[in-house]
Design a protein. Structure first.
Length: 222
Protein backbone atom coordinates (compact mmCIF):
# COMPACT_ATOMS: atom_id res chain seq x y z
CA UNK A 1 0.00 0.00 0.00
CA UNK A 2 1.42 3.37 -1.04
CA UNK A 3 2.29 5.73 1.78
CA UNK A 4 0.16 8.86 1.96
CA UNK A 5 2.24 12.04 1.82
CA UNK A 6 0.89 14.82 3.99
CA UNK A 7 0.69 18.28 2.47
CA UNK A 8 2.72 21.00 4.20
CA UNK A 9 0.63 22.56 6.98
CA UNK A 10 1.51 26.12 6.02
CA UNK A 11 -0.94 26.12 3.11
CA UNK A 12 -4.00 25.13 5.13
CA UNK A 13 -2.89 27.35 8.02
CA UNK A 14 -2.67 30.40 5.75
CA UNK A 15 -6.17 29.71 4.42
CA UNK A 16 -7.55 29.40 7.96
CA UNK A 17 -5.96 32.70 8.97
CA UNK A 18 -7.52 34.37 5.92
CA UNK A 19 -10.93 33.07 7.00
CA UNK A 20 -10.51 34.45 10.52
CA UNK A 21 -9.03 37.90 9.85
CA UNK A 22 -11.92 39.64 8.11
CA UNK A 23 -11.63 43.18 6.82
CA UNK A 24 -9.31 45.94 8.01
CA UNK A 25 -10.87 49.26 7.02
CA UNK A 26 -9.13 52.51 6.13
CA UNK A 27 -10.07 54.22 9.39
CA UNK A 28 -7.02 56.44 9.93
CA UNK A 29 -6.39 59.76 8.20
CA UNK A 30 -3.14 61.30 7.01
CA UNK A 31 -3.77 64.92 8.03
CA UNK A 32 -0.95 66.34 5.89
CA UNK A 33 -2.01 64.76 2.58
CA UNK A 34 -5.67 64.24 3.61
CA UNK A 35 -6.18 60.58 2.70
CA UNK A 36 -7.44 57.57 4.62
CA UNK A 37 -5.19 54.57 5.30
CA UNK A 38 -4.94 51.31 7.24
CA UNK A 39 -2.36 51.64 10.01
CA UNK A 40 0.08 48.92 11.06
CA UNK A 41 -1.53 48.77 14.52
CA UNK A 42 -4.92 47.93 13.00
CA UNK A 43 -3.34 45.20 10.88
CA UNK A 44 -1.44 43.72 13.84
CA UNK A 45 -4.54 43.75 16.05
CA UNK A 46 -6.53 41.98 13.34
CA UNK A 47 -3.97 39.36 12.37
CA UNK A 48 -2.26 38.47 15.67
CA UNK A 49 -5.11 36.38 17.20
CA UNK A 50 -5.47 34.40 13.96
CA UNK A 51 -1.72 33.71 13.74
CA UNK A 52 -1.69 32.45 17.33
CA UNK A 53 -4.81 30.33 16.83
CA UNK A 54 -3.44 28.60 13.74
CA UNK A 55 0.17 28.45 15.00
CA UNK A 56 1.94 30.60 12.44
CA UNK A 57 4.92 32.80 13.24
CA UNK A 58 6.78 35.25 11.02
CA UNK A 59 10.53 35.84 10.70
CA UNK A 60 11.79 39.00 8.93
CA UNK A 61 15.10 39.26 7.09
CA UNK A 62 16.35 42.55 5.63
CA UNK A 63 17.81 41.73 2.22
CA UNK A 64 18.73 45.27 1.18
CA UNK A 65 18.68 48.72 2.75
CA UNK A 66 19.53 52.22 1.53
CA UNK A 67 19.54 55.41 3.59
CA UNK A 68 20.03 59.05 2.69
CA UNK A 69 19.55 62.46 4.25
CA UNK A 70 16.94 64.84 2.90
CA UNK A 71 15.75 68.31 3.85
CA UNK A 72 12.17 69.56 3.87
CA UNK A 73 11.10 72.97 2.59
CA UNK A 74 11.12 74.20 6.19
CA UNK A 75 14.74 73.15 6.67
CA UNK A 76 14.09 70.03 8.75
CA UNK A 77 16.59 67.24 8.16
CA UNK A 78 15.10 63.81 7.49
CA UNK A 79 16.51 60.32 7.18
CA UNK A 80 14.96 58.48 4.22
CA UNK A 81 15.20 54.69 4.43
CA UNK A 82 14.24 52.01 1.90
CA UNK A 83 14.25 48.36 3.01
CA UNK A 84 13.77 45.23 0.94
CA UNK A 85 12.57 42.61 3.43
CA UNK A 86 11.85 38.90 3.22
CA UNK A 87 9.08 37.69 5.55
CA UNK A 88 8.93 33.92 6.09
CA UNK A 89 5.69 32.47 7.48
CA UNK A 90 6.23 29.18 9.37
CA UNK A 91 3.69 26.54 10.39
CA UNK A 92 4.17 24.14 13.32
CA UNK A 93 5.45 21.31 11.06
CA UNK A 94 8.30 23.52 9.85
CA UNK A 95 6.82 24.18 6.42
CA UNK A 96 6.90 27.79 5.23
CA UNK A 97 6.26 30.32 2.51
CA UNK A 98 7.81 33.74 2.14
CA UNK A 99 6.98 37.15 0.71
CA UNK A 100 9.42 39.90 -0.23
CA UNK A 101 8.19 43.49 0.01
CA UNK A 102 9.66 47.00 -0.09
CA UNK A 103 9.17 49.50 2.70
CA UNK A 104 9.95 53.23 2.67
CA UNK A 105 10.12 55.48 5.70
CA UNK A 106 11.18 59.03 6.59
CA UNK A 107 11.88 60.38 10.05
CA UNK A 108 13.69 63.32 11.62
CA UNK A 109 15.02 61.06 14.39
CA UNK A 110 16.08 57.42 14.49
CA UNK A 111 12.88 55.71 13.35
CA UNK A 112 13.16 55.81 9.54
CA UNK A 113 14.10 52.12 9.36
CA UNK A 114 11.40 51.20 11.88
CA UNK A 115 8.80 52.92 9.69
CA UNK A 116 10.12 51.23 6.55
CA UNK A 117 9.92 47.81 8.21
CA UNK A 118 6.39 48.48 9.47
CA UNK A 119 5.24 49.46 5.97
CA UNK A 120 6.92 46.40 4.42
CA UNK A 121 5.30 44.04 6.94
CA UNK A 122 1.89 45.68 6.53
CA UNK A 123 1.91 45.11 2.78
CA UNK A 124 3.31 41.59 3.13
CA UNK A 125 0.28 40.76 5.30
CA UNK A 126 -2.13 42.51 2.92
CA UNK A 127 -0.84 40.48 -0.02
CA UNK A 128 -0.27 37.08 1.61
CA UNK A 129 -3.61 37.05 3.42
CA UNK A 130 -5.55 39.15 0.85
CA UNK A 131 -6.95 41.38 3.60
CA UNK A 132 -9.95 43.37 2.25
CA UNK A 133 -10.69 46.99 3.16
CA UNK A 134 -14.36 46.28 3.93
CA UNK A 135 -16.57 43.31 4.64
CA UNK A 136 -17.90 41.59 1.54
CA UNK A 137 -21.68 41.59 1.13
CA UNK A 138 -23.55 38.32 1.33
CA UNK A 139 -25.15 37.62 -2.09
CA UNK A 140 -28.38 36.63 -0.28
CA UNK A 141 -28.61 40.09 1.29
CA UNK A 142 -29.72 41.68 -1.99
CA UNK A 143 -32.39 40.73 -4.53
CA UNK A 144 -32.20 43.21 -7.42
CA UNK A 145 -35.25 43.53 -9.66
CA UNK A 146 -34.57 42.81 -13.32
CA UNK A 147 -36.63 44.99 -15.68
CA UNK A 148 -35.15 44.31 -19.07
CA UNK A 149 -32.18 42.72 -20.76
CA UNK A 150 -29.58 45.11 -22.08
CA UNK A 151 -26.80 44.53 -24.54
CA UNK A 152 -23.29 44.35 -23.16
CA UNK A 153 -21.39 47.64 -23.47
CA UNK A 154 -18.75 47.71 -26.16
CA UNK A 155 -16.76 50.61 -24.74
CA UNK A 156 -13.53 50.28 -22.75
CA UNK A 157 -15.11 51.87 -19.68
CA UNK A 158 -13.20 49.56 -17.30
CA UNK A 159 -9.86 50.76 -18.64
CA UNK A 160 -11.00 54.37 -18.35
CA UNK A 161 -12.11 53.93 -14.74
CA UNK A 162 -8.74 52.41 -13.88
CA UNK A 163 -6.84 55.27 -15.50
CA UNK A 164 -9.04 57.92 -13.91
CA UNK A 165 -9.12 56.39 -10.42
CA UNK A 166 -7.55 58.42 -7.62
CA UNK A 167 -4.03 57.79 -6.39
CA UNK A 168 -3.51 55.66 -3.28
CA UNK A 169 -1.22 56.03 -0.28
CA UNK A 170 1.77 54.44 -2.07
CA UNK A 171 1.57 56.91 -4.98
CA UNK A 172 1.18 59.83 -2.57
CA UNK A 173 4.22 58.60 -0.64
CA UNK A 174 6.24 58.44 -3.88
CA UNK A 175 5.29 62.01 -4.80
CA UNK A 176 6.09 63.25 -1.28
CA UNK A 177 9.54 61.69 -1.52
CA UNK A 178 10.15 63.41 -4.86
CA UNK A 179 9.03 66.77 -3.46
CA UNK A 180 11.59 66.38 -0.72
CA UNK A 181 14.31 65.44 -3.22
CA UNK A 182 13.65 68.23 -5.71
CA UNK A 183 12.59 70.98 -3.33
CA UNK A 184 9.37 71.58 -5.25
CA UNK A 185 6.25 72.41 -3.25
CA UNK A 186 3.02 70.50 -3.13
CA UNK A 187 1.17 73.68 -4.11
CA UNK A 188 3.22 73.98 -7.31
CA UNK A 189 2.56 70.37 -8.31
CA UNK A 190 -1.15 70.67 -7.54
CA UNK A 191 -1.35 73.89 -9.57
CA UNK A 192 0.38 72.23 -12.53
CA UNK A 193 -2.20 69.43 -12.60
CA UNK A 194 -5.24 71.51 -11.62
CA UNK A 195 -5.99 69.75 -8.32
CA UNK A 196 -6.46 71.04 -4.77
CA UNK A 197 -4.33 68.35 -3.14
CA UNK A 198 -2.15 65.43 -4.21
CA UNK A 199 -4.76 62.88 -3.13
CA UNK A 200 -7.12 64.33 -5.79
CA UNK A 201 -4.76 63.34 -8.63
CA UNK A 202 -5.76 60.54 -10.99
CA UNK A 203 -3.46 57.67 -11.92
CA UNK A 204 -2.98 59.26 -15.33
CA UNK A 205 -1.88 62.52 -13.73
CA UNK A 206 0.35 60.59 -11.32
CA UNK A 207 2.15 58.86 -14.20
CA UNK A 208 2.72 62.22 -15.92
CA UNK A 209 3.89 63.77 -12.65
CA UNK A 210 6.45 61.00 -12.00
CA UNK A 211 7.76 61.31 -15.55
CA UNK A 212 8.41 65.01 -14.91
CA UNK A 213 10.19 64.17 -11.65
CA UNK A 214 12.52 61.83 -13.56
CA UNK A 215 14.03 64.80 -15.41
CA UNK A 216 13.96 67.15 -12.41
CA UNK A 217 17.37 67.46 -10.69
CA UNK A 218 17.91 67.39 -6.94
CA UNK A 219 17.43 70.70 -5.21
CA UNK A 220 20.43 72.97 -4.94
CA UNK A 221 22.75 72.35 -2.06
CA UNK A 222 22.42 68.54 -2.15
Amino acid sequence: MAETVKAPMIYSAISKVMADIGAVGKNQRNTQQNFMFRGIDAVMNAINPALIKHKIFVVPEILEQSREERTTKTGTHLIYSICKIKYTFYAEDGSSIYAITIGEGMDSGDKATNKAMAIAFKYACFQVFCIPTEEMKDPDAESPEVTEKRNKPTSTKKEKVSAESKVGEQEISNITAELSRTGLTEAKICSAFGVKKISDMTMTQYASCMNKFKVTPDKKGE
